[in-house]
Design a binder for this molecule. Structure first.
Ligand code: NAD
Ligand code: G6P
Ligand code: MN
Length: 435
């Protein structure tokens, strides 16, 4: 039997993860499941663990859900470790959003100054986890969902020197679920190819005869009432059709922050000034509702309300990846992984988010299409920004951090940027390396 450990077990996504594993039990016979959290998350973990146990008890399978605050106890002889933690919980995210917005800059979980600071808080923790894994479960795979998923996964590969890691995101999953219907097809009728970095990738699509349907999908995106699978947390402003047609590649939902920067910033500023507050404040309400539901001793399946969270379908990505690694299925899964030549426009030894086929030796990258000029330029800037951020996280070098701020396209460089940076350093001091 397989031992799975989930770090950040108190996450409201845990029931979705359970659902995913229950669905795939035939492929992946789990023996025990360990949820790990910290003191601050203990209450949430206890509630969600009881809910998770009820889900297994309602299934035909005999699986025990354990909880612990001792990560090392859980990691011992683990086969797969999944990470879904949030350093500082939602109050830290509220600061990542509100502080930049108070200076008129985008404040968002994985983009701009907030994304940089989430990386700074998270990378030291994930590197500690990797050190524990080297000792306690050296053969295990690490499946990372913790944001910013691309940078966190790259830090594991480069600074943790841990190769058995795959970074996850639900954005490609959502696109592959929703887009086919926009052109009257089903998921299995189409062949997808993705390339870029997390929350900054493009894709192209072909039918089974090898004819490209990318352009048809782009046309369909601009029809009224079409659902292309944009996550619930992203304001759904339209792209410019002429721009997408010219590029011939489909951007991801997050490209809106860059291609329609002005309107997206205005939207964030409106939320910031409104009663409902920024996304993290909205999410806090959803999370409270979810945990009230999870407390119900009769609830033994994932509630509908979880779909209000932007990460819906994450379990499909996580469980598919683990099932593919275990059963050597070779399934197509979009993952953050070492480039190794898949994207010609980036060095081999950086992390990218690309189409892969996953088998027992890990993901094998699918060679990406050649990127159009503009996308190549964007991607190279974003990758450099990510690398500067990761270097800042592992060195505590203030110059490197400022460099990440200066190169980040959503941060207008200058004195205001430096003030935002300094205020965030103070606000998050408790979770940061010494700068
Ligand atoms: P959350 O605020 O509920 O945090 C999850 C748990 O992590 C909490 O119970 C918290 O106590 C725990 N935690 C914090 N620090 C920890 C540590 N050092 N060790 C162990 N546990 C710790 O978060 P959430 O909203 O469920 O999101 C979880 C993570 O998943 C976040 O990083 C979020 O950004 C990420 N996420 C990723 C995607 C994606 O597409 N990759 C989608 C949605 C969410
Ligand atoms: C999206 C992304 C995640 C992101 C999340 C936010 O789909 O892929 O990486 O962090 O959803 O969702 P939330 O509900 O927390 O705002
Ligand atoms: Mn994501």
């Amino acid at each position: 039997g397989v031992k799975i450990v989930t770090i950040g077990g108190g996450s409201s996504y845990t029931p979705e993860l359970m659902e995913g594993f229950i669905k795939r039990y035939d492929q992946l016979p789990i023996r025990e499941f360990w949820l790990v959290d910290i003191e601050d998350g203990k209450e949430k973990m206890d509630i969600v663990a009881a809910m998770a146990q009820r889900m297994w008890d309602a299934s035909p399978y005999d699986v025990k859900v354990h909880t612990t605050l001792d990560r090392r106890e859980a990691l011992k002889n683990a086969d797969f470790v999944t990470t879904q933690f949030r350093v500082g919980l939602l109050p830290a995210r509220i600061k990542d959003e509100r502080i930049p917005l108070s200076y008129g800059m985008a404040g968002q979980e994985t983009n701009g100054a907030g994304g940089i600071f989430k990386a700074l808080r998270t990378i030291p923790v994930i590197l500690d986890i990797v050190e524990d894994m080297k000792e306690l479960c050296p053969d295990a795979w690490l499946v990372n969902f913790t944001n910013p998923s691309g940078m966190v996964t790259e830090a594991v590969l480069k600074y943790g020197n841990w190769k058995k890691v795959a970074g996850l995101c639900n954005v490609p999953v959502n696109a592959m679920i929703k887009e086919p219907a926009t052109i009257g097809k089903e998921e299995d009728d189409l062949v997808y190819k993705f390339g870029g970095v997390n929350h900054f990738h493009w894709h192209r699509v072909w039918d089974k005869e090898g004819d490209e349907v990318t352009d048809q999908i782009i046309d369909a995106m601009f029809d009224e009432d079409v659902d292309s699978g944009i996550p619930a947390n992203i304001f759904d402003i339209e792209f410019y059709k002429e721009q997408l047609k010219e590029a011939g590649v489909i951007p991801c939902g997050y490209h809106r922050y860059y291609y329609r920067e002005e309107e997206m910033l205005n939207h964030l500023l409106e939320e910031y000034a409104s009663e409902e507050g920024t996304r993290a404040e909205q999410v806090k309400k959803t999370e409270d509702e979810l945990f009230e539901l999870y407390k119900d001793p009769n609830l033994d399946h994932k509630p509908e309300q979880l779909a209000k969270r932007g990460g819906a379908h994450y379990s499909d990505a996580a469980c598919e990846t683990i099932a593919a690694l275990y059963s050597d299925s070779g399934k197509h899964i979009v993952l953050t992984t070492m480039n190794n030549g898949a994207i010609k426009e980036l060095p081999d030894d950086v992390a990218v988010e690309v189409s892969t086929h996953v088998g027992k030796d890990g993901p094998v990258n699918v060679e990406c299409f050649e990127l159009p000029k503009a996308e190549r330029g964007w991607l190279q800037v974003m990758k450099a920004m990510e690398q500067c951020t990761e270097e800042a996280a592992v060195t505590g070098d203030y110059g490197k951090l400022l460099t990440a701020f200066v190169i980040n396209p959503l941060i207008p460089s200058g004195d205001k940027a430096k003030r935002v940076c300094d205020e965030l350093l103070i606000a998050h001091e408790k979770y940061l390396p010494k700068f």
